[in-house]
Design a protein around this ligand. Structure first.
Ligand SMILES: NC(=[NH2+])NCCC[C@H](N)C(=O)O
Ligand SMILES: [Mn+2]
Ligand SMILES: [Mn+2]
Length: 308
């Protein structure tokens, strides 16, 4: 793992979700829930390499689109577009500097920008997508119009063109380099898309049957063979709501506390991860700091925290 330096990019943005509050994530993780302390205790050098939130994109948001031309069922598209473009630039610069980009969300729409920035550096990037959902809807299939439910599909080149073509590379990633882990709430069209593309999707059923260690082994091996970098996109709603209640779209039957940690520990041991993002922690829905603290611990495990 390229751990010379972690470049933290804060993305206090929640307009891709149906519920507000994930914008409070970055500061909550870093300060109240102790991420900076955790990184210090692991002797991981880090810097705050940027912040992309609604104030940072104000003014740039609306001019990119003619409101009369906007397609329906893409809520806050102008803001999502401006955030994604700016975030891609930050992430690309961090990767270019040789750092390990660590993006703190925000809702999962931010993956559009993160992956766009990384795609400038990796021709065959792997993406491990921990999520209760597959986020593969388009404006034509989404039941909600919330763009956080479309970000993986957009990265695969499916969906609204200004987003799929963001910064000129389309698609950003290939279906055979993606692994979804923890899925248990898929919309009908998403299921069909996953099947037709042959995307590796380890549902909770698969995890129950195989065990998370075997799943991670399979995924890590494939990524080692076929990719030139691996991005970890971790939606906290992949974890069971008993452990992670502070999130906008909880779904029961998720990863246990130890399954989530073991997955992160195995990724650290493999050394394959070249970037990561942690999304969908919503402090306003949390029980105290329960979910935020879990998120900090999981980042710790991914970056080398060990039991013994
Ligand atoms: N990143 C997330 N939490 N996504 C939830 C998506 C839920 C649902 N599939 C939708 O498209 O609206
Ligand atoms: Mn998600
Ligand atoms: Mn999700």
């Amino acid at each position: 793992m390229t751990l010379s330096r972690v470049a933290i990019i804060k993305v206090p943005f929640d307009l891709g979700a149906g519920t507000r509050g994930a914008s409070l994530g970055p500061d909550c993780l870093l300060q109240e829930a102790g991420l900076t302390d955790k990184l210090n205790s692991l002797f991981v050098p880090y810097e705050i390499a940027g912040e992309v939130g609604v104030p940072a994109i104000a003014g740039t948001a609306t001019e990119a689109f003619d409101p009369a031309q906007l397609p329906p069922n893409l809520k806050h598209i102008a803001e999502v577009y401006a955030m994604s473009d700016s975030l891609a630039e930050h992430v690309s610069a961090a990767a270019a500097s040789g750092a390990f980009p660590l993006v703190l969300g925000g809702d999962h729409s931010i993956a559009i920008g993160t992956i766009a920035g990384l795609a400038e550096h990796y021709a065959n990037m792997g993406v491990i997508w921990f999520d209760a959902h597959s986020d593969m809807n388009t404006e034509h299939t989404s039941p909600s119009g919330n763009i956080h439910g479309m970000s993986l599909g957009i990265s695969l080149g499916r969906g609204y063109e200004p987003l799929t073509k963001l910064r000129g590379i389309c698609p950003k990633i290939k279906p055979e380099h993606v692994a979804i882990i923890g899925a248990r709430s898929l919309d009908p069209d998403e299921k069909q898309f996953i099947r037709s593309l042959g995307v590796a999707c380890y549902t909770m059923h698969d995890i129950d049957r195989m065990g998370i260690a075997k799943v991670m082994d399979e995924v890590i091996r494939r990524m080692q063979r076929e990719t030139d970098g691996v991005h970890i996109s971790f939606d906290i709603d992949s974890v069971d709501p008993r452990e992670a209640p502070g999130t906008g779209t909880p779904v029961k039957g998720g990863l246990s506390y130890r399954e989530a940690h073991l997955a992160m520990e195995l990724l650290y041991q493999s050394g394959i991860a070249t970037s990561a993002e942690l999304v969908e922690v919503n402090p306003s829905l949390d029980q105290g700091l329960k979910t935020a603290t879990l998120a900090v611990e999981l980042i710790g495990s991914l970056l080398g925290d060990q039991i013994l």
